[in-house]
Design a protein around this ligand. Structure first.
Ligand code: FCB
Length: 445
C-alpha cells in the first residue's frame, strides 16, 4: 500500500447491496405470493422491453454461489431485502415457512462466511393482496407491516443484529404514487403524501415490534435507508440560489425532520389531517443507525432543471456523477441533526460494460465512480462524520425496476442468457480496497 492511501477506520464495514425483487426470481415458487412489482411487470407497457422480475438473477436458486462470490470479494457485510410476499403471501398470517427457510439458510451461510447480514424488510415488493385493499394508502398496512416485522424477527433475530425497516420511502411515495413510474403506478400527489405518512408510522411500529421480539445476544440495531439527491443552483443569481436552497431543504426535511426531530416541515402541512395521536412519537422512535443512499445531485434554476452540466460525466441513468455532494451531504446532516452512526447503504453507477477477448469485464467508469465516492466518504470521516460502513450498489447486475435489465449496476456481471456471473474489474478493485481497508489516492486513467 502506498503512503498516500486513504486508510479507513478499523472495523469499517465493507459491503454490497441487492434487493429481493431485483435478484431473486422464483416469483411464484415455494408458496410465494404475488407482489405489486410482479403485477406491474406483467402489465404491458410498464417495464422497458416488457422485462419482468420473474427470473431476474435466479438468486433464489443460486444463492450459495452468490455468497461464494461475496467471499471472493471479501465482503464484511451483505445488505439484502426480504420479500414480504414470500413470507406472507397474502400480506398477513398465515406465514409461509418455506419463505422464511430461504432467508434462514442465507443468514446461516453468510455468518459461516464471516459476512454480517443486513436485511431490509421492505424494498418495494408489497404483497399484491394488500394492494387490493389500497396498499400503502390504507392505514391498515401499518399493522400488517409490524406483524410481518415481528414474524421475521422471531425467526432471524437470534442471528441478525442490523435491521433496516424501509428502503427509500421517498421513492415508494413519490415514484410509486405521484409520478406513477413505479408500482403500483398511481399518479396523485395527495395520495403520495398519505403514503409517506403511513410508511413512516409503519417504520416506527416495526421498530417497536423488532425491539420487543429480538432474542439475539446483542441489542438489535435498527435503521432506515433514505435516498438523497441534493439540489445545487444553476447559477450565482440570487433567484436560482433561493430556488435551489428551498427545493433542497424541502427534499431533505421530508423524512429527516419527522424521523430525527419528531416534526413535519411546513412544506408538508397537508399531512396534518392524517396524523393520529401518537404518530409523531412512533415515527421519531430512537434509531441505531441511518442508512444513506446516494447516487447523484440535481442542478436547478428558475428556468428549470439543467439537464447537462458542462464538463460533467453522466451515467447510463442520465444521473450526473458528482462525488463531492456525498461529502457535503454527510457533513451537513451530521451538523443539522442529532444522528446515530451512518452507513452508506447504497452508492453505485449504471454504465454499459465492455468485455475483453479473455472474458474480463472492463468497467473502469464504474471503478472510478466508486473510487471517487469513497474518497469523499473518507474526507467526510476526516471532517468528523461518524460513518461506519459502505455498501456498493449493487453486488449483481439486476432488474432495475421500470428500466428492466437495460441498466447494469453490478460489480459482478450477470449474463442473463445463462446466469453466468463474472466479477468485473470494479469488483476486483473493490476487493483490493476491502483487503487493504484503504483506497489508493490515484485514479484509474
Ligand atoms: C435505488 C434503489 C435500488 C436501485 C438503485 C439504482 O433508488 O434503492 O433498488 O434501483 O436505486
Amino acid at each position: 500500500m502506498s503512503s498516500d492511501s486513504l486508510r479507513f477506520p478499523d472495523r469499517f464495514l465493507w459491503g454490497a447491496a441487492t434487493s429481493a425483487c431485483q435478484i431473486e426470481g422464483a416469483w411464484d415458487l415455494d408458496g410465494k405470493g404475488e407482489s405489486i412489482w410482479d403485477r406491474f411487470g406483467h402489465t404491458p407497457g410498464r417495464i422497458l422491453n416488457a422485462d419482468t422480475a420473474d427470473i431476474a438473477c435466479d438468486h433464489y436458486k443460486r444463492w450459495q454461489q452468490d455468497v461464494d462470490l461475496m467471499v471472493e470479494l471479501g465482503l464484511g457485510a451483505y445488505r439484502f431485502s426480504i420479500s414480504w410476499p414470500r413470507i406472507m403471501p397474502n400480506g398477513k398470517k398465515p406465514v409461509n415457512s418455506l419463505g422464511l427457510d430461504f432467508y434462514d439458510r442465507l443468514v446461516d451461510k453468510l455468518l459461516a462466511s464471516n459476512i454480517q447480514p443486513f436485511p431490509t424488510l421492505y424494498h418495494w415488493d408489497l404483497p399484491q393482496a394488500l394492494q387490493e385493499t389500497g396498499g400503502w394508502t390504507n392505514r391498515d398496512v401499518v399493522k400488517r407491516f409490524a406483524e410481518y416485522a415481528e414474524v421475521v424477527a422471531q425467526r432471524l433475530s437470534d442471528r441478525v443484529r442490523h435491521w433496516t425497516t424501509l428502503n427509500e420511502p421517498w421513492c415508494i411515495a413519490v415514484l410509486g404514487h405521484a409520478t406513477g413510474d413505479h408500482a403500483p403506478g398511481y399518479k396523485d400527489k395527495q395520495t403520495a403524501i398519505v403514503v409517506g405518512h403511513n410508511l413512516l408510522v409503519a417504520h416506527g411500529l416495526a421498530c417497536q415490534a423488532i425491539r420487543a421480539t429480538a432474542c439475539g445476544p446483542d441489542k438489535p440495531q435498527l435503521g432506515i435507508a433514505l435516498i438523497f439527491t441534493p439540489t445545487d443552483p444553476a447559477s450565482d443569481s440570487p433567484k436560482d440560489q433561493a430556488l435551489a436552497e428551498k427545493t433542497w431543504r424541502e427534499d431533505l426535511s421530508y423524512f429527516m425532520d419527522p424521523i430525527f426531530r419528531g416534526i413535519y416541515p411546513e412544506s408538508l402541512s397537508k399531512i396534518k389531517s392524517h396524523i393520529r395521536t401518537g404518530d409523531l412519537e412512533l415515527i421519531a422512535t430512537q434509531l441505531d443507525f441511518l442508512g444513506l443512499n446516494y447516487y447523484s445531485r440535481t442542478v436547478l434554476g428558475i428556468k428549470g432543471k439543467v439537464e447537462v452540466v458542462p464538463g460533467s460525466q453522466y451515467t447510463e441513468m442520465g444521473w450526473e456523477v458528482h462525488p463531492v455532494s456525498l461529502r457535503k451531504l454527510l457533513v451537513k446532516f451530521s451538523k443539522d441533526y442529532h444522528l446515530p452512526p451512518i452507513y452508506i447503504t447504497e452508492n453505485g453507477a449504471a454504465f454499459s460494460d465492455q468485455s475483453s477477448p479473455d472474458g474480463r469485464i472492463l468497467d473502469f467508469a464504474r471503478l472510478n465512480y466508486l473510487r471517487d465516492h469513497l474518497e469523499q466518504a473518507w474526507l467526510a470521516i476526516q471532517d468528523g462524520v461518524d460513518l461506519r460502513g459502505y455498501f456498493a450498489w449493487s453486488l449483481l447486475d439486476n432488474f432495475e425496476w421500470a428500466h428492466g435489465y437495460s441498466k447494469r449496476f453490478g460489480i459482478v456481471h450477470v449474463d442473463f442468457a445463462n446466469q453466468k456471473r463474472t466479477i468485473k474489474e470494479s469488483g476486483r478493485w473493490y476487493a483490493s480496497v476491502i483487503k487493504q481497508n484503504a483506497v489508493e489516492s490515484s485514479r484509474f486513467a
